[in-house]
Design a protein around this ligand. Structure first.
Ligand code: SF4
Length: 279
């Protein structure tokens, strides 16, 4: 099987707070968010075999550089069977979780399934970072019991034309709302993430998001929503500079969201550290 592959960050401590994770990026996304943080992964094709990606994952989990795998006889293809992967990972894992990100990972839902199966065999926890525009794919993975945590990005109030403005694509608000409901119903652990750029989303759009979340909390009291995270959006490489929304303003937005919710809504605020790439 070929995967439209974006890259691997072998170790990240910011994608899943409290865990040391490996992030695998899958290329391609149907949205065109104006401040896309991974614009180089929105489009294009870089097809890599699932076996090659699996080998790289195993090498990271074992703390082995790819070169040493090559020396150990896995070259020229660096390929191993998925079923063999767990046998190779006999040493203590270097990371404790696999996060799939993008692009939009659910665009390649079968690749997600296989990578999460590999993660399970390596005794890694699993998480997916998604824009929520493929609710059926999300539901399918959750029903297979392959996902421990969902990070659901919500870009604006869940209505049109707000969502189209935030994502460059019409018709997504209903799909993202469905993904949010799926997270509440399925009892998977999840965070709602809102990335805040100057004027996008506005405070009133954020309060709308918070009200939707609060209403679902009431409908599904045994849900496993951990946090609503307001994270500071920063200019991406090559984008015209702008001053990110100050952390203090983010805290004020968080208070406005909490005030509109009669329930205990855990809102966390953070600014984004830079990440380095390894292709
Ligand atoms: S959903 Fe994510 S990857 Fe897709 S365009 Fe928006 S920010 Fe970029």
């Amino acid at each position: 099987m070929k995967v439209n592959f974006g890259g691997i960050v072998p170790l990240s401590t910011v994608d899943w707070l409290g865990r040391a994770v490996m992030v695998v990026f899958l290329r391609g996304c149907p949205l065109s968010c104006p401040h896309c943080h991974n614009q180089n992964l929105q489009t294009g094709e870089h097809l890599v075999s699932m076996h090659t990606i699996s080998s790289r994952i195993v090498s990271v989990v074992k703390g082995l550089p790819v070169a040493s795998l090559a020396r150990s006889g896995l070259e020229p293809s660096l390929q191993i069977d998925l079923e063999d992967a767990s046998e190779r990972a006999s040493s203590k894992p270097f990371v404790d979780a696999l996060v799939l990100s993008g692009g939009e990972p659910l665009l390649q839902v079968e690749a997600c399934r296989r990578l999460f199966r590999l993660a399970r065999s390596l005794k890694l926890a699993t998480a997916i970072e998604t824009s929520g525009c493929f609710p059926n794919g999300l539901q399918w993975l959750l029903e297979k019991g392959l996902v421990d945590k969902v990070f659901l990005d919500i870009k604006s109030a869940l209505m049109e034309p707000d969502y189209e403005k935030a994502t460059g694509r019409a018709g997504m608000a209903a799909r993202v709302a469905e993904s949010l409901s799926i997270c509440f119903k399925s009892k998977v652990a999840f965070d709602v993430r809102c990335t805040i750029f100057p004027g996008m989303p506005t405070i009133s759009q954020l309060v709308d998001i918070a009200e939707t979340v609060c209403s679902l909390m009431g409908q599904y009291p045994d849900n496993r929503l951990d946090y609503v995270l307001l994270q500071q959006g920063t200019p991406r490489e090559g984008e015209s500079r702008f001053e990110p929304v100050a952390e203090q303003a983010l805290h004020e937005m968080a208070r406005a969201c909490e005030a509109g919710c009669g329930r205990k809504l855990r809102i966390s605020v953070r600014s984004i550290p830079k990440m380095s790439w390894k292709n």
